[in-house]
Each structure stands twice: as C-alpha cells, then as structure tokens.
Design a protein around this ligand. Structure first.
Ligand SMILES: [Zn+2]
Length: 169
C-alpha cells in the first residue's frame, strides 16, 4: 500500500481517483511480468511517466484506468498490478505486507509505515528466481528492451496540477 505523492499524482493525472483509497493510498500487488497476459485491447495500452526518469505507469487509454507499474527497463523482472480495478476475491492476493509513505496520506489518523524492506527483498528474490528460470517474458517491452508504446511524460505544469489537486482536495 503506497501513499507516496507520485502514486497519488499518477492516479490524479489520469482523473482516476477511484484507484486511490479514502486516504490517497494505492494498493499494488507485486509480481513478475510473465504472469500478466493482455488478452484483449492491446491497442489501448498506454504508459504515463510523471517525469522523464519516472516509474512507468501503464494504463488503459480507453478509460484512463491505472493498471500496472514497471521500471523503465525490463532488466529488473518486476511489475506491480493496481488492485483497485481487479475483480474477484482480493483476499486471494493475501494480506498487505507493506505500507509506504503513510505520512503523505490525505489528512486523518496516523498511518504507520512497515514492511518496506520486506517488499524490496521480495522484489529482488522474484527478479532473481525469474532470471534463473529464464522467465523474462513481458507484455511491456519489446525484444530490444524498449517499451511497446511511447510513454507520455507529464510536463512540469501537468505534474504540479496533479499533485496540487491533492492539497486542495
Ligand atoms: Zn508510491
């Protein structure tokens, strides 16, 4: 569960406040890209970056729904899946193992951070295991390691607007 300003701005830049919980948190299920198959609507896959070096925030351009996060390269075998729009029993995903940047949540009771190292360690473990298996298939990057679509990078103004939204409610 991430309350960082970038995750909030990423959702708000798409007008996708529904992807945030009532305190501005984004719930992410971490996995490897080979576990993600895009079976329909490939042509709607789009990518947003808050800055030229920002995380790759993949979304469905038809409805501006945030879907996945990756780094800018497939070298780290990692992807996060935004759970807000998943169907089915989310309990199957297991409990939240980490809370990040609770201090950046929208005003309210204190939210305690925990599990950051564990989540990071899990990412490294998954990355290494996938590489040992040769399991580096990804729907996000082509054979040259470039993204399958050209990311849209927010201008500084757009980024500010998406971030300020949060401050003014
Ligand atoms: Zn975040």
């Amino acid at each position: 569960m991430c309350y960082c300003k970038d995750c909030q701005a990423g959702a708000r830049a798409l007008g996708a406040d529904f992807a945030l919980n009532d305190r501005g948190g984004t719930e992410i299920f971490q996995t490897v890209p080979s576990h993600i198959d895009i079976t329909q609507g490939q042509d709607h896959l789009a990518c947003l970056r808050l800055s030229p070096n920002g995380l790759m925030r993949w979304y469905a351009a038809c409805c501006d729904t945030p879907m996945f996060n990756t780094l800018a390269t497939p070298k780290l075998v990692f992807s996060g899946v935004a759970t807000a729009n998943l169907r089915g029993d989310l309990n199957d995903l297991g409990p939240v193992i980490a809370v990040n940047k609770g201090e950046c949540a929208t005003p309210g009771a204190e939210i305690k951070n925990y599990g950051y190292l564990r989540a990071g360690w899990n990412i490294m473990k998954r990355n290494l295991a996938a590489k040992l298996r040769g399991d580096c298939k990804t729907p996000f990057f082509d054979d040259t390691g470039g993204p399958v679509v050209t990311p849209r990078v927010l201008s500084l103004e757009e980024r500010k607007a998406a971030t300020l939204d949060h401050l003014t409610g």
